[in-house]
Write a protein that binds this ligand. Structure first.
Ligand SMILES: [Zn+2]
Length: 329
């Protein structure tokens, strides 16, 4: 690798478009199989479908002949047969949607575009490629609100987590209306990453672009720009990693585990600050406490964070052992 990747090269664009084509091919094949299967089990369906087709053709003729009475009769008959078809399917345990293709993104029907605009799923595919976060999807299948359990926490800790989950749900629910940021603080293994994954999944599922970076990865990107030889480093970074500034949500996991220097710290401030100015939400998690954060990133950064972030302090329970026990039962 080496060097700085440009925002989406032709080959990457082609790769994304190819994956859409293969998704469409898969759903087409699935549909054909499903329809054949349904026709086998509901033999009356074929004759109903041909009656419906000839009624529709009749409607076109009636429209050309400008015959409102005939049009009205045909509409009535069409409605009857359509209802009959639905009833028939239902009696065999199917719905109308079983006769339509199922897309992984219904918004663009797996074409990547809505009109001439890139669909949100295209933007996310672009982000996943540029920031090497293709594994994120699998992680989010495992770590989300459905797999979260309060049984990992006990007594007052459970109460604290109920409040944090409520705050997380509120954050998601009001995401499009209200600009907000979250800082999750707590020791290793207390469930901070799990909760931020829950939030990431909900927002991605509702078509928001999410960039997930460990602090280590983010600071690596920041320091790459230093060595790129560009005179205007800030601008270079902005052009190279636009989604760090632009994405609907930026998650910075494990702040405090990277090796910061004075340059990356000032770039980190720029990034935090610019997202606040653009009113783009950021979620940071850290194993450090407030004092250690201030020592590492300066008072300037910390006060910017404190005044713009909701801070959730996690209980001290290490949930990793309980999660394992839980998954065995
Ligand atoms: Zn889409």
């Amino acid at each position: 690798m080496g060097g700085i990747p440009l925002p989406l090269m032709n080959a990457q664009y082609d790769a994304i478009m190819r994956s859409y084509a293969s998704k469409r091919a898969i759903s087409r094949r699935e549909l054909e199989e499903r329809v054949m299967n349904i026709q086998k089990q509901v033999p009356e369906l074929s004759s109903l479908d041909s009656s419906l087709a000839s009624l529709r053709a009749g409607k076109v003729r009636a429209a050309i002949e400008n015959d409102p009475k005939k049009l009205h009769d045909l509409d009535k008959k069409l409605a009857e047969l359509t209802a009959e078809r639905e009833r028939l399917l239902k009696a065999h345990g199917y719905t109308l949607s079983d006769l339509n293709p199922s897309y992984s993104c219904p918004d663009c029907q797996d074409t990547g575009y809505i009109g001439t605009e890139k669909c949100h799923c295209f933007l996310q595919a672009e982000i996943n490629l540029l920031y090497h976060q293709s594994h994120l999807k699998e992680i989010l299948e495992q770590e989300n609100f459905n797999t979260f359990s309060y049984s990992w926490y006990e007594g007052p800790d459970r109460e604290i987590m109920r409040h944090h989950v409520m705050d997380a749900e509120l954050f998601i629910e009001s995401f499009d209306r209200k600009f907000q940021n979250i800082l999750l603080l707590g020791k290793v293994g207390t469930g901070k990453t799990f909760l931020s994954n829950c939030i990431a999944k909900e927002l991605m599922d509702t078509g928001h672009s999410v960039v997930y970076l460990t602090a280590f990865q983010l600071f690596q990107l920041l320091s790459k720009v230093v060595f790129s030889g560009q005179s205007n480093r800030e601008e270079a970074f902005r052009q190279t990693y636009p989604y760090v500034f632009d994405s609907d949500l930026l998650i910075i996991d494990d702040l405090g585990t990277e090796l910061p220097n004075s340059f990356t710290v000032s770039q980190f401030f720029l990034c935090i600050n610019e997202r606040i100015l653009r009113r783009k939400s950021t979620l940071i998690s850290s194993n450090l406490n407030m004092g250690a954060l201030e020592d590492t990133y300066s008072e300037r950064i910390l006060s910017r964070i404190i005044s713009n972030y909701t801070i959730l302090q996690f209980p001290e329970t290490d949930i990793r052992v309980r999660k394992k026990l839980h998954s065995l039962t």
